[in-house]
Ligand binder design. Structure first.
Ligand code: PLP
Length: 399
């Protein structure tokens, strides 16, 4: 039977201490040992099932990690306090002074800033490329390149990475392909397409209630052990650990991700088609007009759709701001960064989530001032939402 990531989550059963239907929360930062020898063995990583200290691992974090590993089809996973707390240790673990990364140029602004401004201080350089052109990606690879980095669906331009094609390049040049799958959980399964490591910001669709930040790295047991190594592991030593209470609440939300993703995708697809018909410059991977529509189709787990993210370009930042303020006033969504909430969220990425990217580079990659990024919510009647949005658009003169 075809791999279905939601079935993998559903098949996992965890019980609480007293037969609870949810696992017990491990409300402890440290753990006692009956013998000093077992404590030593645990420190050395040789005592399976024993916990030492919660920055290293905790039962609640392992439950969530295992569910996310099952979803992505990896041996295991490590959860972290934020998406950046997942991505940055992965790159620091894989690269040292003198190493080089080839990254998509359209990635989340924080990741871009990390690679552009922060890692050069440690002797790690990055070339930013148009990830949709495999020949340009390959031309950027040098003898020092260690990592190929991309987002399955990029923030904010919704470019789609050819993960199977990138994986071939990674294998040919002995590189590690790291994919941030934050925008397309369940819809795209990067490991099945040949990625080596998958990261998520759990803050977004996976948690889905905009009440916490969180992250995860899904990878082989060997790599996760490396990240957690008490002597040399970037996750262990940089210390971006998730709290057990949060891990437990995110796991409960993960249980409904498949239903939410279907509704996000249904609503976004409905609006994208209407907006495009109305003559708005609309980008959504589910539209025939999206340059990578067929590529997305060839990679996707069909029933979860093309995702909840779309963009429109209304020509200027002033118009974008006017429209977003009016839509918020009409309770159609919130003028807020982030994504994956039950309510529609909208922002102008050029002046918010991608503001770390210099203006000149924004222009080069096609990030225009009038771009509005929508994370479409779980609205019960999307036709009604559309009619109300259309009225707002007419009122500010973009339709
Ligand atoms: N990756 C993507 C695609 C994102 O959109 C974000 C945040 O917006 C992150 C990573 C960072 O996640 P966090 O804010 O949880 O650190």
């Amino acid at each position: 039977m075809k791999f279905n990531p939601a079935d993998k989550i559903q098949d996992l059963q965890y019980f609480g201490e007293f037969g609870g239907v949810n696992p017990s929360i491990s409300d402890s930062s440290t753990y006692t040992f009956l013998s000093a020898k077992t404590m030593f063995d645990t420190f050395e990583g040789n005592a399976d099932g024993c916990y030492l200290y919660s920055r290293h691992s905790s039962p609640s974090n392992l439950y969530l990690g295992e569910a996310l590993a099952a979803m992505e089809g990896t041996e295991t996973a490590n959860v972290s306090a934020s998406g950046m707390g997942a991505i940055t240790p992965v790159l620091m673990q894989l690269c040292g002074a003198g190493d080089h990364i080839v990254s998509s140029r359209t990635i989340y602004g924080g990741t871009y800033a990390f690679l552009k401004n922060f890692t050069p201080r440690f002797g790690v350089e990055t070339s930013f490329v148009d990830i949709t052109k495999l020949e340009i990606v390959e031309a950027a690879i040098t003898k020092n390149t260690k990592v190929l980095y991309c987002e399955s669906v990029s923030n904010p331009l919704l470019e789609v990475a050819d993960i199977a094609g990138l994986s071939k390049l990674a294998k040919k040049h002995n590189l590690t392909l790291v994919v941030d799958n934050t925008f397309s959980p369940l819809s795209i399964s990067p490991i099945k397409l040949g990625a080596d490591i998958v990261c998520h910001s759990l803050t977004k669709f996976i948690n889905g209630s905009s009440d916490t930040v969180g992250g995860v790295v899904c990878a082989s047991q060997e790599f996760i052990n490396d990240l957690r190594n008490v002597n040399s592991g970037a996750s262990m030593l940089l210390g971006s650990t998730m709290d057990s209470l949060r891990a437990s609440s995110i796991l409960k939300n993960l249980r409904t991700l498949h239903i939410r993703m279907k509704q996000h995708s249904f609503n976004a697809s409905f609006l994208a088609e209407k907006f495009e018909k109305d003559g708005l410059k609309t980008v959504y991977p589910g539209l025939q007009s999206h340059p990578s529509h067929n590529l997305f189709k060839s990679m996707m787990n069909t029933e979860y759709g093309f995702g909840g993210m779309l963009t429109i370009d209304v020509g200027s930042l002033e118009k974008a701001n006017e429209l977003m303020e009016l839509m918020q006033h009409k309770n159609l969504g919130y003028l807020a960064v982030s994504l994956g909430f039950y309510k529609t969220l909208f922002s102008a990425p050029g002046s918010s989530t991608s503001s770390e990217i210099p203006e000149k580079e924004q222009k080069e990659m096609g990030l225009s001032d009038g771009l509005i990024r929508f994370s479409i919510g779980l609205d019960a009647h999307i036709e009604r939402t559309y009619q109300m949005m259309k009225t707002c658009m007419k009122e500010v003169g973009v339709l």
